[in-house]
Design a protein around this ligand. Sequence first.
Ligand SMILES: [Ca+2]
Ligand SMILES: [Ca+2]
Ligand SMILES: [Ca+2]
Length: 315
Amino acid sequence: MRRSLVLLWAFAACAACGPNSDPSDQHDAGPHQDATFPRLDGAPYDAGVCEDVVDVVFVLDVSSSMDFVLDKLDAEIDSVVTAAAALAPEPHFGLIAFVDNFKLDDSGPLGGGAIHTADDTLKTAFQYYKATYTTPNRNPGDGPTGPTTQNPICEENSVDALYAAATTFPWRETASRVVILVTDDTFLERPDNCGDRDGDGLTDKTDFPREGDYPALRTMAEAVDALRAQRTRVFSFTRLQPPGPFSLTKCSTGRRLPWASVSDGWSTPYQGQQPIPARTDGANFDVEQVRAGTLSLSTTINQVVLQSYCNPPIL
Ligand SMILES: [Ca+2]
Ligand SMILES: [Ca+2]
Ligand SMILES: [Ca+2]
């Protein structure tokens, strides 16, 4: 009974999903109730009974235009923790912060710091990344004493952060696995370098915006393969279209890819490859609606976690 209610709510929730979720894309709940459908741990499902736990990893762009996301999560994370705990006891949460490189947060109480279990340590972490990385334009992978005023081109390194989410977060064997990614730009891939603002293969320019050596370590295809291997859905909040010419939130440095590519990899193809949320049976939402306050980040997260619970991705 509980299970069919969950699936019913999932369909209601997904009516509000992004462009990857048109009706032809909707996964049918039917196969998941088949007793032979494999669990994450390889055991067959006992029809009608799902004992999954919930693992949610936030993969957050903490560059200078994204402070509103950290503020909203700080204010609303308690409802996300409560909603996940209502699905299954003891949900686990992780956090990866990225700009042109990334850091798997290690301030949680479990898993060597990678696992948070309550809102208080997550709030502290959101505040820490905002103050230490967002405000001074510092790259998370450089640590709290790394150079400031970095980030010479608009694209951010979400691909390496997603690859790290798939391969380094301690996902539990029996978990329904969800990644929540928030960014307002597209990304670069190996062998490009996010610190090479003019694309000349060197990272030696010291005038503003100063270059730095921030090579992309992975390709989009490698990140997608790693996420799919872990049966991890990606739900992203990204820009659907370029900002207007006078937008105050428009990235003011140069960029590698044209502004028309700002949605690539999220809601539009990236170099001919289908978007990451579509490839992982997730969905994309409009981050500008979150910024404007017309889409609730926490309510949407709660809906997609509910939608994903005991509902493995069809890949
Ligand atoms: Ca940015
Ligand atoms: Ca950048
Ligand atoms: Ca250069």
